[in-house]
Write a protein that binds this ligand. Structure first.
Ligand code: ZN
Length: 147
């Protein structure tokens, strides 16, 4: 079981405990060797701290002022993080689409682009449908094209 007074030593030494807490802690010190040893280890601390000039103490304990550029810098950093996240998401979507296209091309191969194409209405290869007389004769010779 942990000692509930374990962290009270520094506050006791510095005089930060309330009078009631101080009395309670002093009663505890009479029976707890561990806490008494901790207080003894801080015995010289008030003397050391009293050697520090009061102005220096005020400077050390004063409120931390933030520079005027802190907030704009944080906003810029947050926006840059959002841009990086969006870029990663877009890249992931593009990669997924590319992978899908590659997989689709393997499962559903497209015909070779150099294969002859056929006119769907006549089933004659497109390359032979020229303006010449051979094209008209191939369609039965009924007075030329319907075009
Ligand atoms: Zn104790």
């Amino acid at each position: 079981m942990s000692d509930p007074y374990r962290d009270w030593d520094a506050a006791y030494i510095l005089g930060a405990l309330s009078p009631g807490d101080r009395r309670e802690y002093e009663q505890h010190l009479e029976g707890c060797f561990s806490c008494a040893a901790a207080v003894a280890s801080f015995a010289g601390m008030p003397g050391i701290l009293s050697a520090v000039p009061r102005e220096t103490t005020a400077e050390l304990l004063g409120p931390v002022s933030s520079p005027a550029t802190l907030l704009p810098g944080l906003v810029r950093a947050a926006r840059a993080g959002q841009r990086r996240t969006r870029t990663r998401v877009a890249a992931a979507i593009a990669a997924t689409a590319l992978a899908g296209a590659v997989a689709g091309s393997r499962f559903f191969p497209q015909p070779c682009s150099h294969a002859p194409r056929f006119d769907r209405t006549t089933l004659v290869p497109v390359t032979s449908l020229g303006p010449g007389p051979a094209g008209g004769a191939a369609r039965g010779g009924a007075g030329g094209g319907v075009e």
